[in-house]
Write a protein that binds this ligand. Structure first.
Ligand SMILES: [Cu+2]
Length: 269
């Protein structure tokens, strides 16, 4: 009986490890330095945790095998052992604090360093306006300045879902697109906004996600280094149509970006 109990423990442990070790579970391809940095951090955490997991599950199975109930010899009993207590508490603290400190730089990279306003100067700024249940992307146009916004001007039927003031010089050339098109290897800063409820901007390949909060502007920087089309998912349950709130990020070369921009300009009212 104890043999089967030990075997069951080891089998369950193996079944939990298999999807990761055999590559059945893997995140989608990373398309930025930051995504790879986060992946490395995750891999390091998983590796350390997996080693501890294997050792502890092996020991658990062994203990069941060795000291199972049918055995005549009882396991030694002791109330407490300060030395062991100290040892594993210290080991766990060092491990968790160490991982947190190592991961901190990756986290700070997005939340502090690259999100700094003064680093935005050369970045392509794109405003992301979420609404139930679509994504709108606004580019500042040739003048590089976003026009003022007035909620009274919001009108989806004339292609003005964000309410940009077209009569203002800054707003006349603003481009509004249902697709997020960015040049490859270019710093991009997204300015996240919401028209109604909480949404969440998530691109799995970039490993970035952030809430869009009504009344606030979230800054989300990224630099994609691989051409392609990637899905943007709304990652916050935002209403009945949440499941179909999906957009696309298109990473294109500089030339394609320019021609796409020209095309958009030709659609301007
Ligand atoms: Cu949503």
């Amino acid at each position: 009986m104890r043999f089967f109990a030990a075997l069951a423990i080891w089998l369950v442990a193996a079944a939990l490890l298999a999807p990761v070790l055999l590559g059945w579970w893997a995140p989608p391809e990373a398309i930025s330095d930051l995504a790879r940095l986060l992946d490395d951090q995750l891999a390091l955490t998983f590796t350390i945790i997996a080693i501890i997991f294997v050792i502890s599950q092996a020991a658990l199975g062994y203990a069941v095998l060795r000291f199972g109930r049918e055995r005549a010899e009882p396991a030694a009993y002791f109330e407490k052992n300060d030395r062991w207590e100290m040892l594993w508490t210290t080991a766990a603290s060092v491990l968790f604090l160490g991982l947190a400190l190592m991961g901190y730089s990756a986290w700070a990279e997005v939340r502090f360093d690259s999100a700094r306003v003064d680093r935005d100067a050369d970045a392509l700024q794109v405003e992301v306006v979420a609404q139930q249940f679509v994504w709108n992307f606004r580019y500042a146009g040739a003048d590089g300045r976003f026009g003022p916004i007035d909620p009274k001007l919001i009108d989806d039927s004339i292609g003005n879902p964000v309410g940009v003031d077209r009569s203002h010089a800054d707003g006349a050339d603003d481009i509004i697109s249902p697709r997020l098109v960015v040049p490859v290897n270019r710093e991009v800063t997204l300015l996240l906004k919401s028209k109604d409820v909480l949404h969440n901007f998530f691109v799995p390949e970039l490993r970035i996600k952030m809430d869009t909060v009504p009344g606030l502007v979230g800054r989300l920087p990224f630099k994609a280094d691989k051409l392609g089309e990637y899905e943007i998912a709304c990652s916050e349950l935002c209403g009945l149509g949440h499941y179909r709130m999906r957009g696309y990020l298109e990473v294109v070369d500089e030339q394609r970006y320019k021609s796409w921009m020209m095309e958009q300009v030709s659609y301007l009212p």
